[in-house]
Design a protein around this ligand. Structure first.
Ligand code: C2E
Ligand code: CA
Ligand code: CA
Ligand code: CA
Length: 279
């Protein structure tokens, strides 16, 4: 069955069957990847807009398959959600992230906060808060060192499990960040109901800053909503100095993007930090 799966991969991206096939192949390869430790995390720095200092990192999953090559998270995360593997990935990334900031700290590298992406699907399981507590205990980490990034699709889940999980996570003292803010179907009333500590403006709103006034209006409004709610505002996808200056002007708290660094392996991160001119 394995051989067959490998062969069928040649049809990747071609024809109407490829996406079904792709899902089957990747779904089973992913099961193996988790066991064989083919997944790893890359860490992207987050910079304090005022001081220019490092204020945290976002952990992003990476998968390098020995024969299929690099498979991006935009491909394998949705498949993991469909094939019942997203909870395993969520737990793995939580644990790895907490372990990593502990290891860095033992090497005199202090990363204040690690942010971990958590799928909306994972919020259907009532085990999540306990799993988080368990991992924090294991690495002896204060809860404020961890932030969970959720997307607006979590808001769409009106089930009691999701609501209970969000409340429980906040009660633990872990941060809760609304990722890709502005791209989903969030209603403002629901936004105020969720105990968020942070909103993260999607990079599409700053991509075209200079030419597209409506993007700028959304980014500005999002920053003001964050301020009114008394929570932190992060902007992702900062690539140019002009974007940085504008976001500083608008009062955005935290900046993240290629202007500072691409996501880095755990090994590369200390070298980047040593060379980073924190103002
Ligand atoms: P995201 O959470 O919105 O992550 C930001 C994405 O933008 C990352 O893509 C990052 O590499 C990329 N990025 C960062 N800075 C810049 C920039 O300046 N310019 C541009 N053009 N892109 C930038 P990546 O790593 O490919 O991840 C894609 C998505 O996959 C993530 O979007 C997230 O939704 C999902 N994802 C990644 N890892 C995990 C995970 O462990 N669990 C879950 N549930 N989702 C994950
Ligand atoms: Ca994210
Ligand atoms: Ca995002
Ligand atoms: Ca995004």
């Amino acid at each position: 069955a394995k051989k067959q799966a490998r062969g069928s991969f040649r049809f990747f991206g071609k024809g109407a069957n490829s996406s079904v096939r792709e899902r089957l192949v990747i779904g089973s390869a992913l099961r193996e990847a988790l066991q064989k430790k083919q997944l790893y995390l890359a860490y992207q720095p987050q910079i304090c807009a005022l001081s220019g200092a490092l204020c945290g990192v976002e952990a992003l999953s990476r998968w390098h398959h020995p024969t299929l090559g690099v498979i991006p998270p935009s491909t394998f995360i949705p498949i993991a959600e469909e094939t019942g593997q997203i909870e395993a990935i969520g737990l793995w990334s939580l644990e790895k992230s907490c372990e990593q900031i502990t290891i860095w700290e033992q090497n005199a590298i202090y990363v204040p906060i690690v942010s971990v992406n958590m799928s909306a699907v994972h919020f259907g399981s009532l085990d999540l808060p306990e799993q988080i507590v368990c991992i924090l205990k294991k690495y002896n980490l204060a809860p404020h060192r961890l932030t969970i990034e959720i997307t607006e699709s979590v808001m769409m889940r009106q089930d009691p499990e999701t609501t209970a999980n969000l409340t429980a996570i906040r009660n633990i003292g872990v941060g809760l960040s609304m990722d890709d803010f502005g791209t989903g179907f969030s209603s403002l009333s629901r936004l105020a109901q969720i105990p968020l500590t942070e909103i993260k403006i999607d990079r599409s709103f700053i991509e075209d800053f200079e030419n597209n006034i409506s993007s700028l209006v959304v980014a500005e409004a999002a920053i003001n909503i964050g301020k009114r709610l008394g929570i932190k505002v992060v902007t992702e996808g900062v690539e140019h100095k002009e974007q940085e200056i504008k976001l500083q002007e608008l009062g955005c708290d935290i900046l993240q993007g290629y202007l500072y660094s691409k996501p880095l392996t755990a090994q590369d991160f200390p070298r980047w930090l040593a060379a980073f001119p924190s103002r």
